[in-house]
Design a protein around this ligand. Structure first.
Ligand code: 13P
Length: 251
């Protein structure tokens, strides 16, 4: 189980410090579930200072596919490692929709993350139009197969997949537990096929999209739902800690 907070582009340095301290005291030492915070780049260093030694890990929200070079405005995997990142979110639907990321660019970044021992949290998910046209399974299969192509993984803890239906992100409209369970089962079979039975069975598949303290328990109890990628509710320390407790109870 893993509960990761995606702080999107919300918090400046002072607010990030404040929220991190709040999360550290509200969550305490994580018991049997991984916990991670993914602040904006400029807050990573300060967040790491507050997280170091707590058992809560640090993640970034994106990265570039090259080590270094003339890529103004970009951040590399070695830079993320140097400020204490363990995870990096890749291919979030906002990156795909607003910044032109494709399955191919997500794949390049995932390869790069693994080669620097960062754990990629690879996001997949269909739009409302695709769900209404009953194309969600096909779209997600394409994203998973292309995004994870040619990855060499020797343990299931080296990679995380997050299913985030675009229509459920920040809308207050959560996918139903049945819809989540069906898609996670689909992703599980794909992972077993892409890697092997043992690795594919152990990879954490997170659900993201309007997860709140009030619906987390029901979602996390479903088979193949191994935690959550939390947006809005991760910006409140008490809410985030309540979601972590739901994961601990489901573990
Ligand atoms: P919300 O929890 O605000 O719907 O955001 C989900 C998300 O996109 C996390 O990456």
């Amino acid at each position: 189980m893993l509960v990761a907070g995606n702080w999107i582009m919300i918090l400046d340095l002072a607010s990030a410090r404040q929220l991190t301290s709040g999360v550290v005291s509200a969550v305490g030492t994580p018991k049997g579930t991984g916990v991670a915070l993914c602040p904006p780049f400029v807050d990573l260093d300060a967040t790491y200072s507050l997280l170091h030694g707590t058992g809560i890990r640090l993640g970034a929200q994106n990265m570039h596919e090259q080590d270094s070079g003339a890529f103004t405005g970009e951040i590399s995997a070695p830079m993320l490692r140097a400020v204490g990142c363990h995870y990096v979110i890749l291919g979030h639907s906002e990156r795909r929709q607003l910044f032109g990321e494709t399955n191919e660019s997500v794949n390049k970044k995932a390869l790069q993350a693994l080669s620097h021992r960062l754990v990629p949290i690879v996001c997949v998910g269909e739009s409302l139009e695709q769900r209404d046209a009953d194309r969600h399974n096909m779209v997600v299969e394409e994203q998973v197969r292309a995004g994870l192509a040619n990855l060499e993984v020797s343990s299931s803890s080296e990679i995380v997949v997050a299913y985030e239906p675009v229509w459920a992100i920040g809308t207050g409209r959560t996918a139903t537990p049945d819809q989540v369970q069906d898609m996670h089962g689909h992703i599980r079979s794909l992972l077993q096929d892409i890697f092997n039975e043992a690795i594919g069975s152990g990879i954490d598949i997170l659900y993201g999209g309007s997860v709140k303290p009030g619906n987390a328990a029901e979602l996390f109890q479903r088979p193949n739902v191994d935690g959550g990628l939390i947006g809005g509710a991760a910006l409140n320390a008490e809410d985030f800690a309540a979601i972590v407790r739901c994961a601990e109870e489901a573990a």
